[in-house]
Ligand binder design. Structure first.
Ligand SMILES: Nc1ncnc2c1ncn2[C@@H]1O[C@H](COP(=O)(O)OP(=O)(O)O)[C@@H](O)[C@H]1O
Ligand SMILES: [Mg+2]
Length: 356
């Protein structure tokens, strides 16, 4: 496998800029996910890396070799699409072997490689089936095998799980991640699904409007987002606009004072308070903490979600579901509750909403 570097990569369509001076380095064997809302430039980036789309400016490098002007078929990337893109009239094995035939391998070589690739995705026994005789998850595994069979330098995945139902998605997600790690595939994956990105990627790139908002490990982005857009995009978050009142307090736009630490804002423009719902602890008594009124309780199995009105603001709290005999189990709308959090838990960040 190769490493991948993207330097100041830009794509303009007429007057609009789909990808704007994107810089990114993917190490050999690393899985990096591009995460962002629809239209932020993820697929365009991937197509430029694959060689399907010429950049307006900037460079793409595989192992420091400049491939920017190399046509797609000479780049040896393995690409998997959301739609599988299998040939409907060809068996699984023929779909996998198609690219090898194009590359001029003889039948014996092809058969061996196809079998190896199908074995990787545990589909050898279904090699002769047509795509329509396979489930969605199996079809996507055929597409994976087809991408892997050419020994790609770079593995590219565009929303590979979007067409699968929730249970299959979790299964294929694990399958892709385990293959990627086992084979040490240098992978660039595109997704708008934060759970997919958080669970699969070594590092995430949060994109918005063709630009990078933040790059980091899932944990870095979840725990230390640089702005409110990233905080909100990588997970649920209570985001309240306002400003720092003092060393230990944040004042929201509506005048509510909330406890914060003296050193949580590294930026000058700390115009938002960002706090994850699970970092808040809910209590029914003890007058300390931030007092609120319960608006809604939603049971979600292992967790329960509480919507709490605090002054003119609303905060969402997620807790492990209490046992039936615990005080929290009896809570109902209109009850008074008290919210607690570690002062270091809230991040004070720029509000930085999407550019429109
Ligand atoms: N061939 C094209 N011609 C014109 N505009 C395009 C073309 N492809 C993509 N775009 C525009 O570029 C932007 C980024 O698209 P895309 O990369 O597909 O986003 P994503 O994959 O993040 O949803 C969008 O505004 C889209 O409409
Ligand atoms: Mg896309």
């Amino acid at each position: 496998m190769s490493s991948l570097a993207i330097e100041k990569l830009t794509k303009r369509f007429g007057a609009s800029v789909a990808v704007d001076e994107l810089d990114l380095a993917v190490r050999e064997g690393e899985l990096v996910a591009l995460l962002g809302p629809s239209g932020c430039g993820k697929t365009t980036t991937l197509r430029m890396v694959a060689g399907f789309l010429p950049p307006s400016s900037g460079r793409v490098l595989f192992d420091k070799e400049d491939v920017t002007r190399l046509p797609a078929y000479k780049r040896a990337t393995g690409m998997v699409f959301q739609s599988y893109a299998l040939f409907p009239h060809m068996s699984a094995a023929d779909n996998v072997g198609f690219g090898l035939e194009m590359r001029g391998l003889n039948a014996t070589e092809r058969r061996k490689k196809v079998e190896d690739a199908l074995r990787l995705v545990r589909l050898v026994h279904l090699a002769e089936r047509l795509p329509r005789e396979l489930s969605g998850g199996q079809q996507q595994r055929v597409a994976l095998a087809r991408a892997l069979v050419i020994n790609p330098r770079i593995f590219l995945l565009d929303e590979p799980l979007s067409n699968l139902d929730a249970k299959l998605r979790a299964e294929v997600r694990l399958e892709i991640r385990s293959l990627q790690q086992r084979l040490g595939l240098t992978t660039l994956m595109v997704t708008h699904d934060r759970e997919e990105a958080l669970t699969m990627a070594d590092r995430l790139v949060v994109m918005e409007g063709g630009r990078v908002r933040q790059i980091g490990t899932p944990r870095e982005l979840y725990d230390a987002p640089k702005d409110a857009f990233v905080a909100d995009f990588v997970g649920r978050c209570n985001i309240l606009s306002g400003r720092r009142e003092s060393e230990t307090q944040f004042r929201t736009g509506s005048g509510l004072l909330l406890p914060v630490d003296s050193a949580t804002d590294e930026c000058k423009d700390a115009s938002a308070f960002a706090l994850r719902p699970e970092r808040i602890t809910l209590q029914t008594g003890g007058a300390d903490g931030v007092q609120g009124r319960l608006k809604a309780v939603t049971y979600m199995g292992a967790q329960t979600e509480y919507v709490v009105a605090v002054g003119a603001e609303v905060l969402v709290v997620v807790q492990s579901t209490p046992q039936a005999n615990e005080p929290l189990a009896g809570l109902k709308p209109d009850d008074t509750v008290f919210l607690h959090w570690d002062r270091k838990a809230p991040r004070l960040v720029p509000l930085a909403l999407p550019r429109v």
